[in-house]
Ligand binder design. Sequence first.
Ligand code: 5GP
Length: 130
Amino acid sequence: MTIFSKIVKGEIPSYKVAEDDQFYAFLDINPVAKGHTLVIPKQEIDYIFDQNDKQLAAHTLFAKRVAAAIRKAIPCKRVGVAVMGLEVPHAHIHLIPLNEESDMDFRKEHLKLTPEEMQEICQKIAAQFE
Ligand code: 5GP
């Protein structure tokens, strides 16, 4: 089982911002920007493009709703979208609030946020999810 499946099952804690029957969105534990969120299918699928067309479309549309919530909750110019999957073999879309290009640089030093800060960001985004 992947670490993200354990998160979906609640075996590992996460800062959940949204979910439905198919998808789950939660804060990245090692964020490159405040509000950095991961959107995953609950079904364990390695890579985003391994999903069939219907599920890929639903995944993208769910991420769109999460991005709208991020945009309302976190001041930013855009919400950046990235897919890498080099670390965790469970399809996920990175959503990252952007004010400048370097906000999406995964090689720079990541933020060190306290649990209280993570909780506050999580609640702000969750409150805007429609
Ligand atoms: P990728 O697979 O796209 O290269 O990177 C995986 C992402 O998942 C990283 O940004 C990493 O910080 C995040 N991540 C890895 N393990 C956990 C975890 O247990 N909890 C959360 N919330 N994020 C994780």
